[in-house]
Every structure is written in C-alpha cells, then in structure tokens.
Design a protein around this ligand. Structure first.
Ligand code: ASP
Length: 299
C-alpha cells in the first residue's frame, strides 16, 4: 500500500523526509493516527531548523521583534482539526495545534490562552529568535523610514513561506501547516495558515490541500477548501489547483503581484500544485520513500 507525503518549498524536502522516517519508525497501530503523527513530525522538523527563516525557531519576527507562530492540523475522516495562532515562545507550534485537536473540545486557541494551554500541557517556554533573525529585524528597523508605511506594507517576497505537509495512505488524508507568518507583520496579525478552509483542508471523500504565500489573498478566496471542492466536483488535483489559482487571478488581477500557492492530493492519491508566481514555487513529493522535486508550471 503506497504512502505519499508532499510538502511546500525547498524545505519541503526536510518535511517529507522527516514525515516518512516517522511513518516507518512508528509503532502506532492505528494507521490514521500514524499518518497524522508523520505529517506533524515533518512540519516540526522544519520548525526546529534555524535555517528556515519563515517557520518556527529562527522565523522572522513581527514588527516589535517578537516571533508569533500560527499552526494547524486537519484529518479527513471525521474532519477533525486543531489550530493555534499568534503563539509566542512555544515550539513546535504544530504539536500544540495537534494538542488542541486531541485534548480540547475546541478548534483553535490564540495568543495568551494558547500559551497557557501549552504550559499546562508541559511545554517549556523557548526563545525563538536566533542571532540571525534578530540581526535581520534590527536591519529592517534601521532601514524602515516613515512609520505610516507600516500599516499598508506587505513583507518582501523572501520574508514569508509556510511549510504545509500533506499525507495520504489508503485513501486517508491528513495535513499539517505551520508558519511564523509574514515578517515584520503587525503584532496579532494572523494569515491563512492556521485557518481551516483558507490555509488547509482535508476530506477523505474529496482530497486535501495546503497553501502558502500572502495569507490575506489566500484567505479571501478560501483557497484550500476551493481546491478540495473542485476535486469533489471531479477535477484532478492538478486541475483543481490550476483552476482555483486562475479564478483568483481573473477575479482580482492584482493578486498576480503576490505569491499565492497551493499543493493538493486527491482522495485517490493523485498530486497537483499551482501558484500565482509559478516560476518561484516548488514542492517535494515522497512516494514510499522516493522523493521528487516538483516545480509549478505556468499553464
Ligand atoms: N501564508 C503565510 C501567512 O500569510 C505566509 C506564507 O506562507 O508565506 O502567514
């Protein structure tokens, strides 16, 4: 029985490798839980990597110099999900999102409430700024000129990118998604990534999708559920991603100025991806341990 993992961006390789390793080593007898643990582990590995400046430890901070993490998980049999947003000092945030799903009656906890829950669950507070992310923030502060720019400015292209990890086995679908959000964001800003339907969605009857890019644009189009609904309507994963991105660009042509990207796996295991700026988007797909880099294409 084939097992597939797929994850966004160059660090998606780290994500699918860690997910597949967890899948192989797991002693969990429930295959749905085993698959969930694998994608969570894939996302956590990216969170722990200080080289990744847009996720977890070493992620670029908000405009006040604080790292705020957003994360979510979803599984496609019972449509169960858990999410956290605006969480400071907790790593991996994706573990906490899974804890919300498994140990609370709620779907999302934010800010101080999420941190309090983390402490109750036994997480140790952690400093998430690294010397490098602090240096970049200080440089940004030096270069920043008029404060009035801040309310409208979006982060530069290199200052965002979320890891989304999809998992498929025997028709069961799971997804994990985690990010430090846009660099230099307003404190309290939350993007698409922890929002079920916007940044991620999974339904075993149709497929799963996870997004990355400028969260405000992705969210207004509910991109992940749009792609899943297109698969439910009979489109392939590739067509569903392509059509959904084309719809965004037709409906609001100015979206072309922003990166908005999505990867998807259909209920039968077929993979697809699309992006508003395809030349800048890649993903990694792992089928039973064989890893392939996939580049988005423009047509
Ligand atoms: N979607 C993330 C956010 O808006 C950022 C990204 O994926 O690049 O917070």
């Amino acid at each position: 029985m084939q097992t597939i993992f797929a994850a966004t961006w160059w660090f998606g390789r780290i994500g699918v490798e860690a997910a597949y390793q967890r899948w192989q080593e797991s002693k969990e007898s429930d295959s749905a839980l085993r698959l969930l643990d694998a994608v969570v582990e894939g996302a956590a590995a990216v969170e722990r990597d200080p080289q990744v400046l847009s996720v977890g430890y070493g992620g670029l901070p908000n405009r006040d110099g604080e790292v705020e993490l957003d994360a979510a998980v979803m599984e496609g049999s019972r449509l169960s999900a858990g999410a956290v947003a605006g969480v400071r000092g907790v790593l991996p945030a994706i573990y906490l999102a899974r804890d919300v799903m498994q140990h609370t009656p709620h779907l999302m906890l934010v800010g101080d409430g999420a941190v309090r829950f983390a402490l109750q669950q036994g997480y140790e507070p952690q400093q998430l700024l690294t010397a490098e992310s602090l240096r970049r923030w200080q440089e940004w502060r030096r270069q920043r000129t008029a404060p009035k720019e801040v309310s409208t400015e979006r982060s530069p292209a290199e200052a965002h990118d979320t890891v989304g990890v999809l998992g498929w086995n025997a028709g069961h679908l799971v997804v994990a998604c985690t990010t430090s959000g846009l660099a230099w964001k307003m404190p309290g800003r939350v993007g698409d990534s922890p929002i079920v339907g916007a940044g991620l969605y999974a339904d075993n009857e149709a497929g799963a999708a996870v997004c990355t890019g400028v969260g405000e644009e992705i969210w207004r189009f509910a991109l992940a559920s749009r792609v899943v609904e297109a698969m439910r309507a009979g489109y392939s994963a590739q067509q569903a991603c392509q059509r959904s991105v084309e719809f965004m660009l037709r409906r609001l042509p100015e979206v072309a100025a922003h990166q908005c990207a999505v990867i998807a796996i259909r209920a039968d295991g077929e993979f697809g991806l699309a992006a508003t700026q395809p030349e800048r988007f890649e993903a990694f797909v792992c089928r039973d341990g064989a890893i392939e880099r996939v580049q988005a294409s423009s047509g």
